[in-house]
Design a protein around this ligand. Structure first.
Ligand code: PDD
Length: 281
């Protein structure tokens, strides 16, 4: 049986429910986090807890539980669901109130939901061995993509376009012609000169926790990393390309809009970074 955690109690996943007037449901007035779980341990726990606190602070939603309490709930959730390799999903909304756009005048209790599921990391490894295709789409999101909110409709539509095009991810392109990030991943290239490029952590992208870890890994490997935006043309001209996220780690990108990058195979720096990251995890 699968279990979820909703507002203070564990329940059967199939019975888990929130109120129809939850502000997360009505306004996407909610934030979320995703941790990978490997061998029963949360990966990059500090980074994800830190970003959760920041996202809540940006939306002025009170922290519903302190970190030790959350960790306790997560451990119990993983135990009950017998998940050792997979992911944990946490969502916190401002709470439930009569529908009105402004924040409720009286303080309300945030809604907290936690679920987890198993992931087949062998399938992810297989994908990393061949590399994946991405397409480019216009970035139609709001101006605060650095906050991890559940306001994900443009991301959903972008990913669906990728799927329908036979690709795995959509790299979003801003009004100036620069790639911001994927629909659920950060975007990277390795230039012909061997420099790693990933967009600067501004308001245009989610400050990926895996992205930050890969910058550290790359620096430890003595690689040159520059945080600046690049275009789809730069990506096509690159020696390697890849994407990062909590659940895909480092995944090579071998084509963009049906155009092959380099020789169409995963790059050696990409593979070295994936190994370094998973080796440290
Ligand atoms: N997605 N960019 C976006 C838009 C994302 O949604 C994510 C994460 C990332 C990568 O961030 P991190 O390395 O911290 O996972 C970048 C998660 C996995 C999701 O929505 O399921």
């Amino acid at each position: 049986m699968r279990f979820a955690y909703v507002n203070g109690r564990f329940c059967r996943h199939g019975d888990a429910a929130i109120h129809v007037e939850d502000r997360g449901f009505q306004f996407a007035d909610a934030v979320y986090e995703v941790w990978s779980v490997r061998n029963g341990q949360l990966m990059d726990a500090d980074g994800h807890f830190g970003r959760l606190a920041r996202s809540l602070g940006e939306l002025r939603i009170p922290e519903p539980r302190c970190r030790p309490a959350l960790e306790h709930i997560i451990r119990e959730l993983l135990r009950r669901n017998r998940v050792r390799d997979g992911l944990v999903y946490l969502q916190v909304s401002r709470g439930q109130a009569r529908r009105d756009h402004a924040f409720p005048k009286k303080p309300i209790t945030p809604t907290i939901v936690l679920t987890c599921k198993r992931l087949d990391f062998a399938a992810a490894d297989a994908r990393a061995a061949t590399g994946i295709a991405v397409i480019t789409v216009p970035d139609e999101r709001w101006a605060r993509c650095d906050i991890k909110t559940v306001n994900l409709l443009p991301n959903v539509l972008a990913k669906q376009m990728a799927v329908e095009a036979g690709a795995v991810e959509a790299w979003q392109v801003d009004a100036d012609g620069f790639i911001t990030e994927g629909s659920s991943t950060n975007a990277w290239i390795v230039t012909k000169a061997g420099t790693l490029l990933t967009r600067q952590a501004d308001h245009g992208i989610l400050h990926g926790i895996t992205r930050a870890r890969i910058i550290e890994c790359a620096q430890r490997l003595g690689l040159d990393v520059v945080e600046r935006a690049f275009t789809p043309e730069d990506a096509l001209d690159a020696r390697e390309a890849f994407l990062t996220s909590a659940t895909s780690f480092v995944t090579p990108v071998v084509s963009i809009d049906n155009n092959v990058i380099a020789n169409g195979e995963p790059g050696s720096l990409t593979s070295a970074l994936r190994e370094a990251y998973l080796g440290e995890a």
